[in-house]
Ligand binder design. Sequence first.
Ligand SMILES: [Zn+2]
Ligand SMILES: [Zn+2]
Length: 424
Amino acid sequence: MNLTQAYIKKLFSAYYRAHIREFPDTASLPQREFAFLRWDHPGMVRHLGYPSKDFLLQYLISHGPRHSYHSATYYERPSAEKMEDKGYLGCDFVTDIDADHIPTACRSDHNYTICKACGNKEKGEKPEKCSKCDGTKFTKILWLCDECLNVSKQQAFNLVENFLVREFAIPLEAIQLNFSGHRGYHIHLDGDAWLHLDQDARREIADYVTGEGFSFKLWNFKKTQNVMQGFTLDQPGWPSKITREFYRVLKSGENNIWHYFKNPIYGRALNKPVIEKILNYRLKLITAIEKKSRIWDIPTLHDSSWHRIFYILRDHIKADIDVVVSIDLHRLIRLNGSLHGKAGFKVMSVPYETLKDYDPLVDGLAFPDNSENTITIQITAPLAPKIRIGDSEYGPYILGEKITLPLNAGLFLLCKDVALLVRN
Ligand SMILES: [Zn+2]
Ligand SMILES: [Zn+2]
């Protein structure tokens, strides 16, 4: 453990000590396995169980762990070393939304890699080899910004609005939504309905929410005798969702239609002639949808273009949840109330009605934003991209720069591993 790590550990411990009283409860805590990554210990420390929150807090205060997790699973004996001895009792449905799934434009601005051999900075996240020394081992610098935080927030809205509430009829108060402490959100659903779902059932839910595996054939979304068979608003599931979204976009005006199909969230844009055809037949399509007609008539538009339209619409509706997390029956999830060692932000519950105004770079800060509370750090990476913390923007900083920053901003750079603490 170097000086910087010892410092962060002390800071995290102090944070937990100061927040004992308001530290959030973990539902069914005695049945959960706890696990930690520590500053002073290699590998994950896991198979820990606590009879009550007091014991958990004692651990957090004495170790100030880098990352803190608990199982989504309930066990008879959570601290048993072998999974088969734990006594599986069931598992909540948890899922994770993280900006790193989503191909935002900002990624190429703020993520990069460092060659481990020569320290050269390479653009992109997966260079084949270093352009200076041909080295092939790299450290990734994954940053965050308002764009990626907003994109993951939009996915959280999509999940809650388009699926959990509107379609699965889950009451809002039964949805536990947490800021992950980094670049995303966790959604946690407990209760009997979820407890005993097996992996296949969980995968089915995850695939449904991500819109994977939709069958054009099954739903007859194709041209028949040169006439396109679309969907209607009164069909169940995805067909009505697609219809509603298409209708909304068609009604939103020509400029918006251009922008929508020219800038898809994922994958290829529609080409100009296809968008022009949509515009030419816009009013006819609106009328067809209003009349609940399945005839979406744009002559000369091929099935493949219709499929592309479907995917672009789908990608605005779906929630880009992590399927692997969603189906894992032994998943460890971040402890609500803990600090995230890659940012220094707090994992926290965000009531859905406050999500719109929730600002992770203000509300997720662990320490008071107080101008006297500063630390001095020195940049050790080729570049520390700029970051907004609270109302101020910091950086970009270059290798060797020595700076005195407010605590939350300095801590972020230390946690991101692009700087070291300088002893005052
Ligand atoms: Zn190199
Ligand atoms: Zn970003």
